[in-house]
Design a protein around this ligand. Structure first.
Ligand SMILES: NC(=O)c1ccc[n+]([C@@H]2O[C@H](COP(=O)([O-])OP(=O)(O)OC[C@H]3O[C@@H](n4cnc5c(N)ncnc54)[C@H](O)[C@@H]3O)[C@@H](O)[C@H]2O)c1
Ligand SMILES: [Zn+2]
Length: 363
C-alpha cells in the first residue's frame, strides 16, 4: 500500500505520513538529515516494536544514544517520569542537535514531546504513533505535556514535530479496547467535520473494528486531514481550535476524578454523550441517539464506572480552559453541537446542568 502524506501547514510545516507496512527508512530519509537520536517508548510498545524501529533508524543512518522505556499507562504522563526521562537523556549524552523519537501511544507522545521541547531548551521531535488514538489525534498539532494530580495536561507546551510517521502495521498488536478508545476521537472528529467524513463514519467504524486495513487508513486520513486543517487555522488555540475539545470538558474531569484509572478515549466518549445532552437542553438539537449509536458502534460503553460527580465538578473548576472570569461563579463553558458539522464554542452552562449531564453518564 503506498504511503499517504498530509501536510500540517503551520509556520514550520511538517508532514504526517501514513501507510500500512510503511517504509520507515525511506520516509525518514525523505524529510530528515540523520544524526544522534534517542527513542522514548513504553513498557508495552517497546518489547513489541522498538527493535524493528531501532534497526530502521540505524539503516537510515541515525546514531542511537539509547532506547528509553517508561511504564505503560497514563501514570507516566507525570512530572516524576518527566524528570526521570530528561535526566536519563543527560546521562546518555544527548546533545542539543539530537532528535527524540516518541514511539508509542498518546502518553509517550505527550510526555516525549514535552521532553523534546524542554530538554536543553529543545531538541527535534519525531512522532511515531502506535495507538489508533495517537494516529488520529494526539500525534498531530503539537500539544504536549504531563498531568498533575490536580488535573489533566496542566503542565505543557506547544512543540512542533519535524515529522509524524504512522505505520498501520503497528496497530496489529493493539488490544481491541485500545482500538475503540482511538475510535472515540475519530467519532469526535467526524461529528465536528460533518460532510463526507461523517457520511462514511458508521461504515468506517464497523469495518475498522473488523480489522479492515483500508477502513483504518481512511479513518486515520479523514481525522488527520481534519485536525491538520483546524491546527493550520489556529495552532495556539486562540479560538477555533477549541472545538477539538468537544466531549473533553466532562471527559477530562471524569479522568481526573477517577485518578486517571479511566482510559482517555472512554472518558471522551462519555463526555460526548454528556455534551449531546447539554446540546439538547441549551440549543434544542437532539443528537443524543446519534451519539449513543456511534459510540456503541465504536465498541465503547455509554457510561463510565462509578466516578464521584462532585470530584468531577471540582476538576472542571480547575480546568485550564476555563476563563478566569468563570472561576468564582458556577458557570462552565462548553463546545456544543448545533448540528453535525456545526460546533459552537464557549456556550455557558450552569453547574447544576453540568452535574445532571455528568450523573447521566456515570454508572
Ligand atoms: N496532545 C494531544 O493533542 C492529545 C490528543 C488526544 C489525546 N491526548 C492524550 O493521549 C493520551 C491517550 O493516548 P492513548 O490512548 O494512545 O494512550 P496510551 O499511550 O496509554 O496507549 C494506550 C495503551 O495501548 C498500548 N499500546 C500503544 N500502542 C500499542 C501497540 N501498537 N500495540 C500494543 N499496545 C499498544 C500502550 O502501551 C498503552 O498501554 C492521553 O493522555 C490523552 O490526554 C493528547
Ligand atoms: Zn482527546
Amino acid at each position: 500500500m503506498p504511503a499517504h502524506t498530509v501536510e500540517v501547514r503551520v509556520a514550520r510545516p511538517y508532514p504526517v505520513v501514513v501507510g500500512d507496512g510503511l517504509d520507515l527508512v525511506e520516509t525518514l530519509s525523505r524529510s530528515l538529515e540523520p544524526g544522534l537520536c534517542a527513542v522514548l517508548t513504553d513498557s508495552t510498545v517497546g518489547p513489541l516494536h522498538a527493535a524493528a524501529v531501532r534497526e530502521d533508524l540505524e539503516r537510515a543512518g541515525w546514531r542511537m544514544a539509547g532506547v528509553l522505556e517508561v511504564p505503560a499507562g497514563e501514570s507516566s504522563k507525570s512530572l516524576t517520569t518527566y524528570a526521570r526521562t530528561v535526566r536519563e537523556l543527560a546521562r546518555l549524552g544527548l546533545t542539543r542537535d539530537a532528535t527524540l523519537f516518541a514511539l508509542g501511544g498518546g502518553v509517550v507522545g505527550d510526555l516525549g514531546g514535552f521532553v523534546a521541547g524542554t530538554y536543553m531548551r529543545g531538541v527535534d521531535l519525531v512522532m511515531l504513533p502506535t495507538s489508533l488514538l495517537a494516529m488520529v489525534d494526539s500525534s498531530v498539532g503539537g500539544k504536549v505535556g504531563v498531568d498533575l494530580p490536580e488535573g489533566k495536561n496542566l503542565v505543557g507546551a506547544f512543540v512542533r514535530p519535524r515529522l509524524v510517521a504512522a505505520d498501520l502495521d503497528w496497530l496489529r498488536t493493539l488490544p481491541e479496547r485500545e482500538l475503540s478508545n482511538g475510535l472515540a476521537e475519530s467519532v469526535k472528529m467526524g461529528l465536528l467535520a460533518g460532510g463526507t467524513f461523517f457520511d462514511d463514519l458508521v461504515h468506517l467504524l464497523e469495518s475498522a473494528r473488523a480489522g479492515d486495513p483500508e477502513a483504518l487508513l481512511q479513518l486515520v486520513l479523514h481525522s488527520v486531514r481534519f485536525k491538520a486543517h483546524v491546527v493550520a487555522e489556529d495552532e495556539l488555540e486562540g479560538g477555533m481550535r477549541a472545538i477539538l475539545n468537544y466531549g473533553h470538558t466532562v471527559g477530562h474531569a471524569l479522568e481526573a476524578a477517577a485518578g486517571y484509572a479511566l482510559a482517555h478515549g472512554s472518558a471522551v466518549a462519555a463526555g460526548m454523550v454528556a455534551a449531546a445532552r447539554l446540546s439538547r437542553e441549551r440549543l434544542g438539537t437532539d443528537l443524543l441517539a446519534l451519539h449513543e449509536a456511534l459510540i456503541s458502534t465504536a465498541g465503547l460503553p455509554l457510561r463510565v464506572p462509578r466516578v464521584d460527580t462532585r470530584e468531577a465538578l471540582l476538576a472542571m473548576r480547575r480546568d485550564k480552559k476555563r476563563p478566569a472570569s468563570a472561576t468564582t461563579g458556577g458557570e462552565h463553558r462548553f463546545v456544543l453541537l448545533e448540528d453535525v458539522g456545526r460546533p459552537l464554542r464557549g456556550v455557558p452552562v450552569d453547574e447544576k446542568e453540568v452535574a445532571r449531564a455528568i450523573e447521566a453518564v456515570v454508572e
